[in-house]
Every structure is written in C-alpha cells, then in structure tokens.
Design a protein around this ligand. Structure first.
Ligand code: ZN
Length: 665
C-alpha cells in the first residue's frame, strides 16, 4: 500500500510526512477549568495537542461568543495551552509552515480540536460550583533531562550556580475543591518536559506522558464521580520545556556509544543520534514518565498543606508585533536599545533534536552557513533574507526566512498574543512557544520582580509559565544559548533578543495588572485563514470481500486467556475518518455479568487497549488489542468494535461487530 492509500492524517511534532496516524493508543482530551470571583472569570484549558495555533484560539473564542454572548468568554480571558504531545494529528494551522508535513490543512481534525475545546469549556461552565482554590509546589526527579546541555553551559556561571540542575525539577499543583464537599473537583499540575516519550516512528494517537498522567488522575476518581455527581477533571499541563526531554537515559548512536555532545551527531551525522527514555520501548517510557507526573500531583494533593488562594481575579491580553519590537536598554542586556527580527529559522532547525533527528546533512550547533547549497536553494525558491535580516539574526545562519515567505500566506506568525492571569495570589503567564529552562527562569524572575515592584507580590504568591499557549512561535532561548545555535537557538524565530523582548512585554503586563491599568496598545492580528491549502485525498469508499459484511470478525479471539496475555483480534472495517467517534469509542472490552448483561471495562481511550486501521486485500481491517491487566477480574469477556463505512454514493453507515465470548482466568 502506498502512503496515499493508507494515509489518515500526518502527525504534528516531528514534522515527518511519513509519520501519520494509523490508530489510537490513548485518546486526546481537552481539559478546561473556569475560575470566577465576583463578576470576573477566566478559563484555562490544557489540551493534548502539540501546540495551540492562532486558528484554534480565534475559532474557539468565536464559537464561545455565539454560545455565551460577546463578553463572557473572550480572547482576553480564555487561555489555551498545549501539552506538546508529538503523537497527535496535525494540519490545524492557518500559517502554512505547519501544514506542509501533513499535506495541507485538515478540516476534520481542526473541527475535532475546536469542538473538543469548546465542549470542555462548556462542561466546566455548566458544572461550576462554589469552592476554594489552593496550590502547592514540589520537586520531581528522574523525569526530565536537558537535551542541549552544551547550550545551557553558555549561560553565565554565576547564574547557573543559583540552580542545582540544568532543567526545572519543580512542579506546581493547583487544586479546586468544592466548598462543603471537601473533595477535589479539578486539579492542574505544571511540569516542564517534552511530549516526546513516543518517538517519531510511532503511528498511534497518544497524549504521551502528560496525557497518560492526566488519564491516571481522572481514572482513579471515576468510581467516585457518580457518587459525587461531579466529573473530576485533572490536567498535567506544560511549562518551559524548550530544551527538556523525557528521554532521561541520554542520547546514543546506533552502535551504543554516546553521541558527540556539542552537535549531537554520530560520525558527523544527526540521523543516528537518538535520545532514549527510561523504558525499553516508547510505550514503556511514556508510562514511566507519565506515572512519575501522576504520582507527583497525587501525593502533593493527598498530603495536604496547600496554600489557599484569596483575592480577586484579573487578566490581560495583548497582540504584539514581535518582528518589529524595540527592546529598551533596561531589558536588552547590552546597555542600549535592541531589536527583534523578522521571523526566521536557522540551519540547526533542520537538524532536529535527539528526540527526533532531522534529515539531510544538517547538524545542531551550527553558526556558520555550512549548508550553503540549502541556504541558497531556500532563498531562491522561497524568500531571501535581506542584509538587515542576516545581521539581525546573527550568528544564526538563516535557512528559512519564514516571516518573508508569503505564499500561499505568511509562513509563520509575526503578530503574537501575550496573556497573563492573576487568580488570587497565583499568576499564570501564558507564553506562545517553548521557553528553554533558563529562559523560563529569567522570565519568571523578571515578572515576579515587576509584581514585587508594583506592590502586588505577597509572601505566599506563586507564578507559573503555561507553555505553548494561544499561538506557536517555536522556541525562546537565552541570548547566550542562542549563540550556540542548537535546535532551540536556531528555532528562536525573532532573533537573539527574543527573550529580552518577552521579559520587557510580560513585566509590563504584570505590573499593569497589579496597578489596575488598561492593557498597552494592541497590534492587529494577522488574518490569513484564506491561505490554507488542501493536498489530501478524501476517504475512498470502503469495501469488504464478497460474502462478508462490515463488523465481521477477520481473526477471532481465542477461547481463553490468562491475565497479562494480549488479546489481538481483527474486524472487517471502514476507514475511521468516516466518523472519528468523538466522545465515543471504536471499541469496548465488555465483561459478562451473572445475569447475562454486559459491562464495559475498557474502551479506546484506555491504556490497555490499542486500535489500528489498515487496508488489506479487498477491504480494511481494524486490529484491536487488549493487554489484559493483572487486576482484571476473572470471567467471561468479549470485544466489540464500532465503526462506519462509506458507500459508493458517499453515505456513511454505522456497523457493530463482536468477537466470540472468551474467558480470562
Ligand atoms: Zn518542542
């Protein structure tokens, strides 16, 4: 089968056209929290998605305004953050760069994302109760590592000496407790680590380590949800994970030797240098790093001693032209004014990282244009940097002058949304990209100091960075890290003073919030929704071999299994793109009750099940796997498959199939 026939939707994250969705391991979720005080409210959503795009944020807000009127939920008080999973379907940006490896924009996925987030906010809105917010932070070890340690070392020694580690080990838990109920109705945890436990050969949709951590927190409350009449929602959200990998064993070459450190290469090439997780497989690594985050949140919450939040809720949002921002001497770090640059990605962007190395002859840590051929080619075909661009971005060798590529629309965003929430004494700084560890520390310190200076910081105040929020601008490193031009530095789009500009802008927002001032003047956001392009074929009509029908078993279950066994069955199936079964499932694992009725014990959102679709001769097969957990109650089980097929005249017809009954001992 060639790529077009089996093609479902390209995944977002590793930018590899050959990595597309073939199945589901755990479903992607949007988790929404609405906080209100008096007449003011804010909504925070953490979504299992690589990053939020301007397209998603703007469309979500438009739909919310249709439902709740023009003032309840707006771009100013709704903050959307992505968990940065690299195992989700892509094609949901209006900016063309992000739709290239997915063969264009994908309406169906875009709608699934937007509707998922809108529904999550509606659920939070509907089920809101009076209650108390409180927070606590703690330390989580053995769950993240720096994937560009040589760039981190470029930061001043006296600054590094203030920190024990080259990644942030701190995590923060924000807890929502219903008043008079005494139990949590929601929890948000923030911890900085990439969603790259699943590697770039994976084709299962997965929330990666954070999706799994959130799933575990919610799963253990499920039984109580019914009694309590409230659905508990838990999100383990993203923070400043720019240079932070979950692949904690380190980066090795295929021969088992460590990679060359400064450039992450093996024999001079990036391709062979891969980061390895704590587990033997990427599923196992996802599980381990997910469980660590789950345990950190759970034990912090259960131990108690959280600091209650009090005081009012405030928020501020502004659109900034990040391609034309002047950084004042106070923030530039060079004693005079400095400027941001028109968006561009450097050579090392194409080298990728040890989480997902790139192709061709690019290596990280390049600040001379060693790839003159590619630089010449992209500037001839796409857009050439001006001499001003070249000196503005120096020492970055410019590979893609994305801010000047205008076909079929501006490739990357230049007008950027910045947002800050104050919920009592708890501050959430929403950033439009991936801050490196040290960049995040500097931003937190500067914003905290601005709040102190404005008289708004109390001894129990706390501040977190919410990563990959509202739009995507790749990476933000310190200027020292930038000089190393590793992947993160090469992907710092607006030049060496990008972080300094953000420090200036966010401190301004925070001090305005404390002082009760109006927001600064906003730029006008880019409207490029007309630039989207489609290159993907529609789903072709489904078929089954003659004499069979959809839902028939192609490979049945064995009569009996033991706990720990893997059940693997096949059904004749339609393409899952016919109906994504949102808030539903492609499968149920069911247990027979003593009265002959059936109870669902797992569906396609669960860790123990896997769903996979593939074309075979004369039709399509759904492969369903169930790894029988050791906790399974012995008894009689069956696996049911739900699907939809497309007829020759494009009608979509539902079907159901079931395996034989089998026993688990
Ligand atoms: Zn990333």
């Amino acid at each position: 089968m060639d790529i077009i026939d089996t093609f479902v939707v390209g995944m977002m994250g590793y930018a590899m056209p050959q990595q597309y969705t073939k199945g589901i391991h755990i479903r992607l979720r949007a988790r929404a929290f609405v906080f209100g005080h008096g007449d003011t409210r804010v909504a925070f959503v953490s979504s299992d998605i690589c990053f939020i795009t301007q397209a998603v944020k703007q469309t979500v807000v438009e739909r919310l305004k249709k439902i709740y009127g023009p003032t309840m939920y707006t771009e100013e008080n709704v903050m959307l953050s992505g968990t940065h999973t690299h195992a989700g379907p892509g094609g949901y940006s209006w900016h063309p760069l992000y739709d290239i490896s997915t063969f264009g924009f994908h309406d169906q996925n875009f709608e699934a994302i937007v509707n998922g987030i809108v529904n999550a906010i509606q659920m939070a809105h509907k089920t809101a109760v009076m209650g108390q917010l409180s927070y606590k932070s703690g330390t989580l070890m053995d769950s993240n590592a720096n994937r560009s340690p040589s760039a981190y070392l470029a930061n001043p020694p006296e600054e590094r000496a203030q920190y024990e580690h080259n990644t942030d080990k701190e995590f923060t838990v924000l807890e929502l407790t219903g008043s008079g109920q005494g139990f949590p109705v929601g929890t948000i945890g923030w911890f900085a680590v990439h969603g790259t436990s699943m590697n770039n050969t994976n084709m299962y949709i997965s929330g990666d380590n954070k999706g799994y951590a959130s799933y575990l927190l919610e799963k253990e409350m499920k039984a109580l949800d019914k009694q309590r009449g409230v659905k508990y929602v838990a999100a383990v959200a993203q923070s400043n994970e720019g240079d932070v990998t979950p692949n904690t064993r380190g980066a090795f070459c295929d021969n088992g030797m460590p990679c060359e450190v400064a450039h992450s290469t093996c024999g001079g090439w990036s391709e062979g240098c891969h980061g390895y997780g704590p587990g033997k497989t990427d599923f196992e690594s996802t599980k381990i790093i997910g469980e660590h985050q789950y345990t950190a949140v759970k034990t912090t919450r259960d131990k108690g001693g959280l600091t209650p939040l009090s005081g009012d809720i405030r928020y501020m949002h502004v659109w900034i032209d990040m391609e034309n921002t002047t950084v004042t001497p106070e923030f530039s770090g060079v004693g005079k004014a400095a400027k941001t640059c028109v968006g561009a990605l450097g050579d090392s962007f194409a080298a990728g990282t040890t989480d997902g190395p790139g192709e061709f002859n690019f290596v990280q840590g390049t600040n001379t244009s060693a790839n003159w051929y590619w630089n010449w080619l992209t500037s001839k075909i796409l857009a050439a940097p001006t001499t001003e661009d070249i000196s503005c971005h120096a020492p970055k060798p410019i590979l893609f002058m994305t801010g000047r590529i205008l076909f079929p629309g501006k490739w990357t965003q230049g007008i950027i949304p910045l947002q800050v929430f104050k919920v009592g004494q708890f501050w959430i700084v929403g950033v439009p990209g991936e801050f490196s560890t040290m960049a995040g520390r500097r931003l937190r310190n500067k914003v905290r100091q601005a709040i102190v200076n404005a008289g708004g910081w109390t001894s129990d105040s706390h501040l977190v960075i919410a990563g990959l929020t509202n739009s995507y601008t790749h990476y933000i490193t310190t200027r020292e890290e930038y000089s190393y031009q590793r992947y993160e530095g090469a992907s710092t789009m607006f030049g060496p003073f990008t972080l300094n500009a953000y420090e200036m802008l966010y401190t301004d927002l925070a001090s305005r919030i404390v002082k009760g001032l109006t927001p600064p003047t906003s730029a006008k956001p880019e409207n490029i929704s007309s630039a989207i392009f489609y290159l993907q074929p529609a789903v072709t009509p489904d078929q089954v071999p003659s004499g069979l029908k959809f839902g028939d078993v192609a490979k049945d279950a064995n009569p009996s299994y033991k706990r720990g066994d893997n059940v693997e069955v096949l059904f004749w199936a339609g393409n899952p793109r016919n109906n994504l079964r949102i808030e539903g499932t492609f499968l149920d694992v069911m247990k027979k009750n003593s009265d002959g009725t059936w109870t669902v014990v797992a569906n396609d959102g669960d860790w123990d099940t896997k769903y996979w679709f593939d074309y075979v001769a004369n039709g399509g097969n759904a492969r369903i796997q169930w790894e029988i957990p050791s906790t399974t109650v012995p008894g009689t089980y069956k696996i049911v498959h739900y699907g939809d097929y497309k007829t020759g005249n494009k009608a979509i017809i539902q079907y159901i199939g079931s395996t034989r009954e089998f026993t688990v001992a």
